[in-house]
Design a protein around this ligand. Sequence first.
Ligand code: COA
Length: 189
Amino acid sequence: MQIAIMDKTNASQNTIEAVLALQKSLRYDAIKGTSRGFLVGIYSSQFLLNLLKDGAKIWVSLENDELLGYVITISSGHLFQLAGNGGKINLSVPQIEVEAALYIYQIGVKSSMQGTNIGRRLIAAIMAEQSEPSIVADILVEPITNKGSISFFTKCGFVKVGYLKAKDQYGFEKLGTDIFFRAKSAIIL
Ligand SMILES: CC(C)(COP(=O)(O)OP(=O)(O)OC[C@H]1O[C@@H](n2cnc3c(N)ncnc32)[C@H](O)[C@@H]1OP(=O)(O)O)[C@@H](O)C(=O)NCCC(=O)NCCS
């Protein structure tokens, strides 16, 4: 397994399409009622290209050119943008620390490969490479708690430091997310 980093300088349409296909396969299924997966709309390739232009990186885990997992990271300014427009954010740590962190926009691992440390290795690669001092992630807790995601981030050394109530761009009136934070100096996995 290898981990590669895509940014605006080396964006590949094939990789973007593979990320979109994997994201689609992981989407929360309201009909099946499963609590696994994202409760978000499906991104378009233009949306991801725009994120990359804004400075995002997409960390991909590959095995024989097959995409097994990905993480989209961007500056945590995006997290605070979510709190705008009538939303609110409560933090138990200084906001400046969270503002300096790298924000995990989304993480996904192929269903059949979940539980095999792919997500953990992606987080470890980000911690090793990125220049920001720490990482912040927000995990959906309203209207549906992503319990698997909370377990995953906790196992990866993140701690809950806050709560965000935001209007979202995918059609949901209000979403509540818990904010999880991992300091760069935390003990390595
Ligand atoms: C959450 C997700 C990224 C975790 O990736 P993963 O590769 O399966 O996780 P890992 O195998 O690296 O697991 C690391 C640790 O977290 C735990 N963990 C991971 N997913 C878990 C889950 N759903 N429930 C409970 N614990 C979980 C693992 O048991 C492991 O701990 P252990 O070594 O003590 O057993 C993956 O399950 C996923 O893609 N979920 C669907 C999409 C999603 O909800 N993404 C997060 C929101 S953006």
